[in-house]
Design a protein around this ligand. Structure first.
Ligand SMILES: [Fe+2]
Length: 301
């Protein structure tokens, strides 16, 4: 995910002073080494610098998540997971990109950590997915505030092998560049949050997860699909753009799509009039009842 645009005090093309906000605090510097970042915030993965302990930690993270996927993750994600390469080591982005480019024309590029919104949107619009190069520590095995290489790779990259979802991500990037100009990024961020990060899909009348924030989280995978606590509403673009989200706990609200085609088609029209409409309608809280909702119960109920 992204952060607020940096205050560019150098014009040297090297990122300094990015203030991460999307994942919460916003009052601390971003985690990561930005010294070798290019002007588009991409950098070398430095694959050879990963230690055996880091590869082992990645292997453990991958094994825990992969074991949970059947019955909880969507079929396109499960089908594509092997494309990441060996689960025993952090993938080499260049080799992974060769497979991904052949499949959908996307590639994976390394970034030092959180990057500004405009840079993020520009990369997506060019079918380049930014992946954080650093891995969490062993102490952060269960939870991490900022996205790391495991979240970005395991959570996001498998669905980039799906042609329709891949097109949605590119369209999102192009839409983001326009939203930046219109000052409407908050609405678009909610769409990203409730689809790319925390989206659910109905497959064969069963709920499944496709959002990266769910699929890379041990606890939220079960919570999102099976818990009776959260509110699950059918996909509704305006409803989503009106709905605030929480960043410090499991989601109280999820939105369910019927297919990636529905997602792509619903988000294809120009958002400019939609932003005006949503602005006039006002905000909803996550989990708040809304009479227009088509509700879904937990899987198994
Ligand atoms: Fe993410």
């Amino acid at each position: 995910m992204t952060s607020e645009p940096a205050l560019d005090d150098s014009h040297s093309g090297v990122n300094r002073g990015v203030a991460p906000v999307t994942y919460g605090t916003g009052d601390r510097p971003p985690r990561g080494d930005y010294a070798d970042a290019a002007s588009d915030y991409t950098c070398s993965q430095r694959w050879s610098r990963y230690t055996p302990a880091e590869h082992e930690l990645y292997r453990r993270l991958h094994a825990r998540q992969a074991a949970q996927l059947p019955g909880l993750a969507c079929s396109a994600f499960i089908r594509a997971l092997d494309q990441l390469g060996s689960p025993d080591a952090i993938p080499d982005f260049e080799r992974l990109s060769e497979r991904l480019t052949r499949a959908t024309g996307w590639s994976v590029v390394a970034v030092p950590g959180l990057i500004p919104e405009e840079a993020f949107f520009s990369l997506l619009a060019a079918r380049r997915f930014p992946v954080t190069r650093w891995l969490r520590t062993a102490d952060e095995f269960d939870y991490i505030v900022e996205p790391d290489v495991f979240h970005d790779l395991f959570g996001h990259v498998p669905l980039l092998f799906d042609p329709v979802f891949a097109d949605y991500m590119q369209a999102y990037g192009a839409g983001g560049l326009k939203a930046s100009r219109l000052g409407s990024c908050e609405y678009l961020a909610r769409l990203y949050w409730y689809t790319v990060e925390f989206g659910l899909i109905e497959e064969d009348q069963a709920l499944r997860a496709y959002g990266a924030g769910i699929l890379s989280s041990a606890g939220e995978l079960v919570h999102s699909v099976r818990s009776a606590e959260p509110r699950r509403s059918g996909f509704d673009l305006r409803r989503i753009m009106r709905t605030r989200y929480r960043i410090d706990d499991y989601q109280a609200q999820y939105f369910v799509i019927r297919s990636f085609d529905e997602l792509f088609d619903a988000t294809a029209p120009d958002f400019e009039p939609v932003y005006r409409e949503v602005s006039a309608l006002g905000e909803l809280q996550a989990g708040e009842a809304w009479p227009g909702d088509r509700l879904f119960g937990p899987a198994g109920c």
